[in-house]
Design a protein around this ligand. Structure first.
Ligand SMILES: *[C@@H]1O[C@H](CO)[C@@H](O)[C@H](O)[C@H]1NC(C)=O
Ligand SMILES: *[C@@H]1O[C@H](CO)[C@@H](O)[C@H](O)[C@H]1NC(C)=O
Ligand SMILES: *[C@@H]1O[C@H](CO)[C@@H](O)[C@H](O)[C@H]1NC(C)=O
Length: 550
């Protein structure tokens, strides 16, 4: 249960302004003496956390969604906002454009890593994407180290990939004179690569730990002169490798957590992720839970250290991962636009970093228009939503929420399909089908991709027909219950409704059961789409999106 105090804190934080401020009258710091897990009830998997000054940064994986590898920031490890994407365009091959060279569903960005290097004032992102290659993007920090971690503007540049797959990589920027960069990676054996002075090429790589069981998800740290690599035993444990002899080991191993209960039921075991300290050197472990159908959502717990340098989790009274702990940092600095409950009217010149397209979009087919919102022209002629470009997606906040798009459908063309989709490998939507000159509100379910090959096996069945609409605005709403049900046979459901005045909503069609399977990795998302089945030329204007907990 996301605490009410957390929610009100987010809403208060929202009113503070667009930049983080030292606000002397903010009541948030005083109000929130504890926090509740999960800290973000949204799918932000394979996380890497680190801190620059007063700012915690959080990088996560996004598969074929574009832009990829979102960057979140926080001042307290609890309230987060999306500020950038490390990979503005998936430059991993033609299939990520979804225009004739296949699709990248369930490929793309897996566990990757983001760190800041003070001496060069540069953020480095790395990820092994296609087998054999590790992609690199960097962004200048614009003086982040001098500004207590603040970054005024993010500009990402890609570099030639390294021709070695740093599988599930974790970057370490050493605190030695040169700030040497290392990357820990591999499965099941763990290797450490040393990078060149600019951090862009490999100098050497060496196996540092031999494992008889599957371990992966490396995160590398140097703490008080000792090197650590945290690895996960998927999907139930986190191990710590420790070396007092340098980055290349030898490393000895101890278990940090294994099959630890809580903080959520039916969400697997807290594991993977990474550790980070506060400005006053209190340490925390940020893991994730397999919270399907929601995806993988982060949970935080404090750490203590043994005299000989092993981290230990602070469990709750029954030995589990606590639902609640004291807030890591009491601060008056707040994040401006918190993750989750929000309304977006698509103002300005760019989409906010809460949005990701299903693949690289066709940039010639969408634009933000003052007074209209997000205009989506049909980008493909297809009868397959999974093959259509420019479906724009948004993570679903849990445990239960509604998402509502307000869409002007007056410029749809004959044969066009537009609407709001509950997007995953088993999808359903509520939308408008225009055939001839008649636009009909429909719900469509059973849009399905085959598990494993991720190709379309069913393009959907009209489950219910609503009224015809004569153009103008329609509000489309999906209410999704993403309460964890991982490993259960019971499936959570979503329901569909529409409105022509934004006030009175009418249910349409049967509830849709969401799959709890993990194999697609990414959880369900709300999305908006517009594709043509006959000819290009039609468009819709997406005026707003709002998401509310229910
Ligand atoms: C590292 O060294 C500092 C200073 O001696 C000490 O306060 C701290 O507890 C040590 N351990 C960690 C994990 O920071
Ligand atoms: C927040 O601001 C109030 C009012 O100025 C101050 O009393 C308090 O110490 C501040 N808290 C922190 C953690 O900085
Ligand atoms: C596919 O899309 C990309 C990016 O929009 C574009 O550069 C490329 O030319 C397109 N390829 C085809 C075959 O249309």
């Amino acid at each position: 249960m996301r605490g009410l105090h957390t929610l009100s804190a987010m809403l208060l934080a929202r009113s503070v302004g667009t930049l983080a401020t030292e606000n002397p009258v903010s009541p948030r710091a005083a109000a929130a003496a504890t926090f509740n897990n999960p800290v973000i009830w949204e799918d932000h998997p394979d996380l890497d956390v680190f801190r620059v000054g007063d700012v915690f940064y959080y990088s996560s994986s996004t598969f074929a969604y574009s832009p990829g590898a979102p960057v979140l920031r926080s001042y307290d490890l609890v309230n987060w906002e999306a500020v950038s994407h490390s990979v503005p365009e998936l430059n991993f091959g033609a299939k990520y454009n979804l225009n004739g060279s296949g699709s990248g569903y369930v490929k793309g960005i897996w566990a990757s890593s983001l760190r800041y290097r003070p001496s060069t004032d540069t953020f480095h992102w790395m990820g092994c994407v296609e087998s054999g290659k590790t992609y690199i993007w960097t962004a200048p920090g614009n003086g982040a180290a001098q500004k207590r971690g603040e970054v005024s503007e993010w500009t990402w540049t890609n570099h030639p990939p390294i021709n070695t797959c740093y599988y599930d990589c974790g970057i370490l920027v050493d605190d030695d004179k040169d700030e040497t960069m290392y990357v820990a990676y591999g499965n099941p054996n763990i290797r450490v690569a040393q990078l060149s002075k600019d951090g862009l090429t490999q100098v050497k790589t060496q196996q540092v730990y031999t494992s008889s069981e599957t371990i992966e998800g490396s995160r590398m740290y140097k703490i008080n002169g000792t090197y650590y690599i945290l690895v996960t035993r998927p999907a139930y444990a986190e191990y710590v490798l420790k070396s007092t002899s340098g980055p290349f080991g030898p490393y000895t191993m101890k278990t940090l957590v294994s099959r630890i209960n809580g903080p959520l039921a039916n969400a697997g075991f807290s594991h993977q992720g990474g550790i980070v300290n506060t400005p006053d050197n209190k340490w925390y472990y940020v893991a994730f839970m397999d919270s399907y159908p929601s995806g993988r959502i982060p949970v935080v717990a404090p750490l203590t250290w043994t005299a000989d340098g092993w981290p230990q989790l602070v469990a709750d009274g029954s030995g589990g991962w606590g639902k609640s702990y004291p807030i890591p940092v009491q601060t008056n600095k707040t994040v401006a636009s918190p993750i989750g409950v929000s309304t977006d009217e698509f103002k300005g010149t760019q989409l906010s970093h809460e949005w990701e397209w299903n693949h690289n979009p066709d940039k010639t087919k969408f634009r933000l228009v003052e007074g209209s919102g997000l205009v989506l022209q049909t980008a493909d002629v297809t009868t397959d939503l999974f093959a259509a470009r420019n479906t724009l997606t948004h993570r679903i906040i849990g445990p239960k929420s509604t998402g509502t798009f307000r869409i002007d459908v007056s410029k749809m063309g004959d044969g066009d399909r537009a609407g709001m989709v509950l997007f995953r490998d088993r999808s359903a939507y509520i939308g408008v089908h225009k055939d001839g000159s008649t636009s009909t509100v429909v719900t469509v379910n059973a849009l399905t991709m085959s598990e494993g090959s991720w190709t379309t096996t069913a393009k959907g069945t009209v489950a219910a027909k609503g009224p015809t609409v004569s153009g103008g605005d329609i509000w489309l709403r999906i209410q999704a219950d993403i309460t964890p049900a991982f490993g259960m046979t019971q499936e959570r459901t979503a329901t569909f409704s529409y409105s022509t005045d934004g006030k009175t909503f009418t249910a349409l069609g049967p509830a849709f059961a969401m799959t709890n399977s993990w194999t697609y990795f990414t959880g369900y998302r709300y999305g908006v789409f517009n594709f043509a089945t006959k000819a290009l030329g039609g468009e819709v204007a997406v005026r707003s999106f709002s998401m509310q907990l229910v």
